[in-house]
Design a protein around this ligand. Sequence first.
Ligand SMILES: Nc1ncnc2c1ncn2[C@@H]1O[C@H](COP(=O)(O)OP(=O)(O)OP(=O)(O)O)[C@@H](O)[C@H]1O
Ligand SMILES: [Zn+2]
Length: 571
Amino acid sequence: MSRILITSALPYINGIKHLGNLAGSMLPADVYARFMRARGHEVLYICATDEHGTPAELAAAKAGQDVRTYCDEQHEVQKNAGDTFGLSYDWFGRSSSPENRALTQMFCEALDKNGLIEERTDKMVYSIDDGRFLPDRYVEGTCPHCKFEKARGDQCDNCGRLLDPTELIDPYSAVSGSRNLEVRDTKHLYLLQTKVEPQLRAWIESKTEWPQLAKSIAMKHLEEGLIDRGITRDLKWGVPVTKDGQPREGFENKVFYVWFDAPIEYIGATQEYFNAQGDADGWKSWWRLDQGADDVTYVEFMGKDNVAFHTVSFPATIIGSNEPWKMVDTLKAFNWLNWYGGKFSTSMNRGVFMDQALELLPADYWRWYLISQSPEGSDSSFTWEQFQGAVNKDLADVLGNFVNRITKFTETKMGGVVPDGGEAGELEEKLYADLSVLLREATEAFEAMEMRKAAQAVRAIWVLGNVYLQEAAPWTALKTDAVRAGVVVRHGLNLVRLFAVLAQPLIPFTAEKIAATVGASLPLDWPTTDARAELSKLASGTSVASGEVLFKKIDEDMLADWAARFGGGEG
Ligand SMILES: Nc1ncnc2c1ncn2[C@@H]1O[C@H](COP(=O)(O)OP(=O)(O)OP(=O)(O)O)[C@@H](O)[C@H]1O
Ligand SMILES: [Zn+2]
């Protein structure tokens, strides 16, 4: 048994998340966490809302709320949506927690002591009409690299480059739209990343096993060259800046930059989790190499725009602190899930959001679609037709139909129990052989976090079951050879159980229902590749109950309705 720490990129607080956010971080992390638990590992899956920074202030202002109240409410909304989607976080924390505040201040002070923090006078964009500095997303304009016209002050959404607000061409205020801007002096703390570059490079280069997308983005940022990074902002909402535990002189009206404190919240949320259990030291064995964390494997999940922060900025903070913190072992990054030719967007309200999705269909329908179409190798696009196909074909026709057919047959023709007697024949031997191969494929794909491959392998196992049942045809056998029919039905029911086991990480709610049809309940251990043994797990005589229909199909009317409501379908 291993200890596995899993984090997904912190969903930002400015409103409920869309399907792109789910597909690119939270959902695959959940699938991996559930898989690893089924493998018998000790898993700690941590997430939190990312609450600081300009977009939260802007969103709160738009909602007419103070930012604390806004964050309190939105955190609950996101927590509930996550629960309903089956995101099995061990803890869903908040980057505005006291734990994260203390840790963030501690990291900065440690960096300062190690000579890696410098006060610099900066030129910042100041809005004369708004009467304030415009950090990060408060200013928008044209990207100096790719000429995208709606680049934000901190990052260009088009080319992904990190930006400084003063670099923008033709900038304007995101608060008022005013172009009456000037550049003024203001003092900020800089993290001297250039000084830790050699250690950082050595660390990244040693990570030969990282999945390709994360590794290539990390290397690209190294090749572009590191810069010293401003880690404070002229804002009110955030972690206050300290020195020796007291407000830092000259920084009373400033806070840390959100990307400085957000990744630290992975640790902060772990503290929140253990503090909530009255175990104030429990977090240390997950994060401190000097307190037992050396056997932890740490895996991070995120969309591609977050990779730079997780491979360069956050590691620079940790390395620079010169303390024995656990660092990430594997980063799994995702490309974009796109929405009809463009991006899903919270600020532009483009796409389907988690709460809306759940009004249409239960979580498992979305989970299956999003994982089986995961934007892994390249960007992928959501389409209503593909969604319909994934639900109607994979879930209803292949999986749902199998379970329903064999359990119903057992109820009506086999006395409602797992039949006894008879020996496996040729068809069963072939089934064992084919199934062993696919079980290995599925397990390896989940281990490697290759979500599409994992879903494909699981689907191939569902198909294999259908082919077996079709060939072995217990309904025909029953007419001449009841024992043979019993052998087939017993294998069919064991396949049902196995389908439940394999469905656990992907579609956990349905997995529970499938297991119940053959008298099993979750959690069930992940299968070995010994297919013969896996198909002998159900005791003869176990009661079988077909239960409700597992999936309803999406018809053309529903599709047209949704396309009209959400604006998809025209692209
Ligand atoms: N369309 C997408 N496809 C895949 N991953 C995405 C997509 N949009 C965001 N992500 C990822 O979702 C995670 C959470 O993102 P976050 O809450 O910060 O939203 P965001 O990136 O600001 O999205 P938006 O700009 O639409 O609000 C991040 O890891 C991000 O990279
Ligand atoms: Zn750009």
